[in-house]
Design a protein around this ligand. Structure first.
Ligand code: CMC
Length: 429
């Protein structure tokens, strides 16, 4: 079978042979198709990159029709059950599972980089009392670039490595402080005697006790949630990290762009939106009228639908299970009944079936987060902490990829041309 496409340009009658590699054609080959020598080549119009591959990547594999997600070839189900977040972070960054020595060194380095400069604490304290924690996280992770100016030297492998360790280590510290800030509580310093997720819970909830002792079941559930969020190939925030990273800026600035993209309600902000939606629905009796509103286009069923998954999001299944484990400790969340019934009705309704709309990762995660006593505006921070190794693995891959260039899409210009400017005083006279 010939792996190529024959394209006939009916404007000129010319035929072009376009090679097909990995199920894709190169946009540059399409650019060779011209109506005449002095006109621009043909371009591809694809708002939202619905059918455009922006890179080659060996990090995360998704089969959206079958509901498969793998990190570096390992199924998410196995990693969620048997691995830890830091091991998964190592896998994503380094491409392979660590040896015992590599793992111990990795955990050691991350544990001993959890503290931030005192000035970071000072400027975080300058935010308004009701600052959204995602805004605080976005600003503070970006600001770390000023504390590590050497991070701009992205061509040095050791330098890249230390910034990656710093960022994975410090994100929970910044995230926890953004949480304590809204509550007017003192910021808690990291406790390096605890593991990654245990330390995070300590920075979130510790009060006057000398040593915070996190419930191991909650530590496990939180760690699992972080694993489930760790990477998801070229989603909007990863695309933001890669796009900003393609300018060769430092990784703190690139990741802060990822945090910004994640903030939006169509992306990581959806878990916050799901909880607000469930509260608004209020009772199971109100679900049918809510569903009608969705079908009429007046509402959107948040936590449903996905650009890639046209099947049950595998992460949503695992989160449902983690929710049960958390509710054993915290007691059930009364909104769970509404969520389960909403899912049941939606999955049997033609509108959702026809469009292949299934629960996504955000549908149940908010219920767990609320049971853990997090306010809705904090949910996306948890997503961001989980996604950090993925963003960094993608950024690292970008820096090694000789084919990558500064991200700079084309446009179809629809405005005026060649107008004559009249100065304001003449126009307003
Ligand atoms: N509720 C109602 N209708 C929907 C929904 C929804 N949640 N999602 C998609 N549709 C409809 C949409 O109106 C369209 O219908 P029609 O063909 O009649 O115009 C059809 O399904 C296709 O949707 P789309 O908007 O073209 O799909 P997309 O790939 O551009 O959008 C999405 C994907 C995730 C933005 C969208 O499904 C959505 O807005 N979902 C709700 C927000 C959400 O849960 N986001 C979290 C995504 S997963 C975690 C993450 O990546 O952050």
């Amino acid at each position: 079978m010939t792996e190529s496409l024959t394209v006939r340009d009916n404007r000129t009658g010319t035929e072009y042979e376009v090679p097909i590699t990995d199920g894709t054609i190169r946009a540059a080959d399409i650019g060779k198709i011209k109506a005449s020598e002095d006109t621009p080549g043909l371009a591809v119009y694809d708002p939202g990159f619905v059918n455009t591959a922006s890179c080659r990547s060996s990090i995360t594999y998704i089969d959206g029709d079958k509901g498969i997600l793998e990190y570096r070839g390992y199924p998410i189900e196995q990693l969620a059950e048997k691995s830890s977040f830091l091991e998964v972070a190592y896998l994503l960054i380094h491409g392979d599972l660590p040896t015992k020595e590599q793992y111990e060194a990795w955990v050691h380095h991350i544990t001993y980089h959890t503290f931030v400069h005192e000035n970071v604490k000072d400027f975080m304290q300058g935010f308004r009392y009701d600052a959204h924690p995602m805004g605080m996280l976005m600003a503070s992770v970006g600001a770390l670039s000023t504390f590590y100016p050497e991070s701009r030297n992205i061509s040095d492998a050791d330098n890249r490595n230390i910034q990656i360790i710093r960022m994975i280590a410090k994100m929970p510290t910044l995230g926890a402080w953004s949480f304590r800030h809204a509550q007017g509580k003192p910021y808690v310093y990291p406790d390096n005697s605890l593991d990654y997720s245990g330390n995070f819970l300590s920075m979130l909830f510790k009060m006057s006790e000398t040593q915070y002792e996190p419930d191991p079941r909650l530590v496990k559930a939180l760690d699992t949630l972080l694993i489930l969020h760790a990477d998801h190939e070229q989603n909007a925030s990863t695309n933001a990290v890669r796009s900003v990273g393609s300018t060769q800026v430092d990784p703190y600035s690139a990741v802060s762009a990822g945090v910004a993209a994640l903030f939006g309600p169509l992306h990581g902000g959806a878990n916050e939106a799901v909880l607000r939606m469930l509260k608004r629905i209020g009772t199971v009796d109100n679900i049918p009228s809510f569903i009608e509103g969705v079908k009429n286009g007046d509402e959107r069923l948040m936590g449903f639908g996905h650009r890639v998954y046209k099947n049950y999001d595998p992460r949503a299944k695992l989160i449902k299970k983690a929710a049960e484990d958390v509710f054993e400790v915290t007691g059930t969340n009364p909104l769970l009944d509404i969520a389960v019934e909403l899912e049941r009705i939606a999955l049997s309704d033609e509108y959702f079936v026809k469009r292949k709309l299934y629960p996504n990762v955000d549908f149940y995660s908010g219920l767990i987060y609320e049971a853990l006593q997090f306010p809705p505006e904090f949910f996306t921070v948890l997503f961001a902490i989980g996604r950090t190794p993925g963003w960094l693995a993608q950024w690292l891959e970008l820096t090694q990829d000789k084919e990558q260039k500064i991200a700079r899409p084309k446009q179809i210009y629809t405005g005026e041309r060649g107008l004559t400017f009249t100065p304001a005083e003449e126009r307003w006279a």
